[in-house]
Write a protein of this length. Sequence first.
Lengths: 376, 451
Amino acid sequence: MGINDRVQEKSSVRLPDAKNLVLSSSPHLSSSADVRKIMLLVIFCMLPACGAGVWFFGLPALKVLLLSLFFCVGLEALWCFCAGKPVWGTIGDCSAAVTGILLALNLPPGVPFYVPLVGAALAIWLGKQIYGGLGNNPFNPVLVGRVGLLIALPALMTTWSPARGMAENYPEYQAFGMADPALAAGATSAPMELTTCATPLGVASTLPAPEAGKNRFEKIDNPSMWKEYFIGRQGGCIGETCAPALLLGGILLVIFNLINWRVPLYFAGTVFVLSGIVHFFFPQVTPTPLFHLLTGGLLLGAIFMATDMVTSPITGTGCLIFAVGCGIITTVIRIWGNYPEGVSFSILFMNALVPLIDRWFVKRPFGYTRRRREAK
Amino acid sequence: MNKSSRKVMSFTGGIHPVSEGKKLTDTHAVHTAPLLERYTVLVQQNAGKAPDVVVKPGDKVLKYQLLAKASGFVSADLHSPTSGEIAGIVEVPGPMGVPALALDIRSDGEDRACEIFAPIPEWRSAEPQVLLQRVADAGLVGMGGASFPTRVKLSIPPGKKVDTLILNGAECEPYLSADHRLMLESPCRVLEGAAIIGHLLGIQNIYVGIEINKHDAIAELERFSEDYGIRIVPLQVQYPQGSEKQLINAIVNRAVPPGGLPADVGCVVQNVGTAAAVSDAVTLGIPLVERIVTVTGKVLKDPGNWKLRIGTPVIKAIEFCGGITAEPSKLILGGPMMGFAQNSYEVPVSKNTSGILLFSRRRALNYSSGSCIRCGRCVQGCPMGLCTCLLATAIEGGRYDLAEQNHVMDCLECGSCAYVCPAHRPLVQTLRLAKAEIRRQRAAAKANGGK
Ligand code: SF4
Ligand code: SF4
C-alpha cells in the first residue's frame, strides 16, 4: 500500500479509485446480439405470411392475429405477475409475441375470440411457463396450443373459410364443399365466415373410392390446381396457405442466421420423397408429392415450427435426424392416419426426442479421429 | 505464384468479433517510452517455476544485467530494464489478481548497459546448441500471452520430429495491434528471428500466418520473405485464428490431437514478437527487457503502441497516452477475449503483456445472464467443436462427469462461446469452473492411488 501511495503522488494523471474497476473473468467483450433482437427478427420474418393471411382471408384473420398476439403477451404477463417474475423483463424478450403470431398463423381464419384465448393459455402456460419459461420448454408452445385446441374444440378447429379468389378460380368447387360461385358472387357483401369450404387435404382424405380406370384425386390434384394452391388460394390456417410468403420468410430466416436451413429442406424433402414413392406405386392411395408439399401446414411447420430454436436439436447432425423424423411421421399420418394433417403431431413427437438426439449426436471435437474415439 | 489470388486460409468454427477496436491504434507507429524513475520488475514472468533472484536490496545494477537465474528447465532468466539501484524486493499487485514479488529498481537516469552477449551475426553457421543456449540466456518467453519459456518450446522432446515452423502473426484479439506494428515496422527482425529458429531446429518449412486485415504488414513481410525462404500465409479474420491448434490447422491442415502438443504433428509455433526477440538476442546479443504494448481504449486521450520496458507500472503507460478523458470501468492486461481484468493501476508490464486496455462503463460488461434459448450459436462458434451450451447445462446441474465425457477438458477458454451467446450466459466461465474441479478431482485420485 505504501508504495502505491508514493507513486500515485508523483503521477501526473488523476485516475479514479482502482477499487471501482470491474473484475471479471474473460471474455470482456460480447456481441451485440441478444434474445430480444433475435425474437424481433423472427417476427419480421413472419410478416410476409401474416400479410398473405390477411390478404386471403380478410379482416377475420387480422382479428385472430391481433387477439392471439394480445392474449399470449397478456397471459405471459399475468403468469409472471402471479409467479413473482419480472413482468417487463419477461415479455420484453418478445418470445410471447412470437408465440402469439405463430399461434394465429396456425388457427383457421374466422374462429371466435375464445379460440385464441384458450390457445394462448395452453401455449403460454402449459407449453412454456410451467416448465420455467423461455428456453426450458421441451415442446413447441405453439403446437401445444394448437393440438390442445384440436382435441378440445375439433369442430371449430376444422371449419375453414375459403380464401379470396377461390370460388372464381376453382373449376371443381363442389368438390371442396363450397357454394355455387354465382351464389357466392351475389353474396360478396355477406361476411366471409358464413361460407365454408374444405382444405385440399381434407378433401383428399374423404374422397370416395375411385371408379375403375379413373384417378381418384384427379379433380383436386392437377397442374392448374397446383398453381392455385401455390399462390395461396386454398382453405387452411391463416398462415399456412401462401407458399411464396412462407418461402420468403424462410429465406429471410436463413439470411439472418436464425434457423438451420437443413431442417425445412430435409423435412419437406422427406415428405416429398416418401409420398412420391407411395404415390408412384399406389396412385389411388395418395395424391402426388407436389400436392403434399403445397397443401396443409407442411411449409409453415417446416419453416417456422420445426426450426424453433428451443425445441430443436443443437447440432447439425441432430437437426438432420430431427427433420427427417418429422418428415416420416408427417407422411405416415397423412397417408394412413385418422387425421388428414400430421405436421403438428410429428413435430411434437420429435420434440420429445430432442434431449436424446442431443446426447447421442454430439459433434466430434477438433482433433478427434474416428478411430481415436472408438479406442476410448 | 500469383500472390493476390492466393487462398485465404482458416479453420472451422470461430467468431467474428467487432473490428472497431483495432482502428484505435493500428495506424499508430510504435513510440519508445521515456526512462522512468522506478521499475517494479516481477520476479516471475514465465510460466513454470519462478527464477532465483541473484541480486540483493542495495545492489547497483546495470541495464541488461542478470536479476534472476532460471531455477530449472521450465523457467527463464530475468534481466534489468535499466541501470540503478535495487531498492528492495516488494509485493506489488500481480497481473493474475494476486500480489506478486517484484524487484523495485530505482533508475539512476543514466541507463548504462552492462556487457551484453557476443553477437552471432553468422548464425547460419552456428551450432544449434549455441543458439538454444542464447535463447535461454536472453530470458526469452512466448510473448503472445502464455509466456512459456522459449527454450523449452524449442527443445523438441526425443522421439518427436518437427518439420514445420509457424510464426503466429494472426493477432486475432480485438483491440490489439502490437504485433501488427512490429511486423510493419521491423519485418526483417521478425523474418530473421524466424530463420534463426528454423536453423536451430533444422526446419526448412517456415510460415508466417497473418490475418488479412493487416494487409500492409503482409505486403511488407512479403517484400523480404523470399530472401529468407519464408512463406507468408494470409488468414481469414476470425477469432481465435491465433490459437496454436487453429493456426496449425489453417496453415498446414493438421489437427493436434486432444491433450497433445504441436510437436505431435511436427509443428512448432512461435509468436512474431518472440521471433523478433530471438533475432535481437542472437544478432545483437540483447536480452529481453522491453516489448511493444498496445495501450488502448476509448477513454484514453491518445491510445497508441508503446515500446515499454518490463516493470513499467500500468499507470505510467496510461500517462504516456496523455491520461484519460472519461472514467474507466475496467482495466485489462492482454486482449479483451482472453486477458485478465485488474483492480490496480500499479500492475507492472511483463514479458507477455501484449495490451493494456481501458474500457468505459458501456464496454465493461456485466453479465445479466438469461436462460439458454438453444440457438446453437455457441456450438457453431466453438473452434474445438464442443457443444458448449449442453456442457454448461450439465455443469450447472453438477454433472461434471457428463461434462468430462463430452470433452470439456479440450476447451481452449478462448471465450468465443460467451461472446456470441445472445442470452449472455457465462459459458466459458462455467466451463473453467468444471475444468478446475475436474483437475482437482484427478489430482486427488492420483494422490489416493499413490498411497
Ligand atoms: S449461444 Fe447461448 S443461448 Fe445460444 S445455445 Fe449457446 S448457450 Fe444457449
Ligand atoms: S471457450 Fe471453450 S467452449 Fe467456448 S468457444 Fe472457446 S473452446 Fe469452445
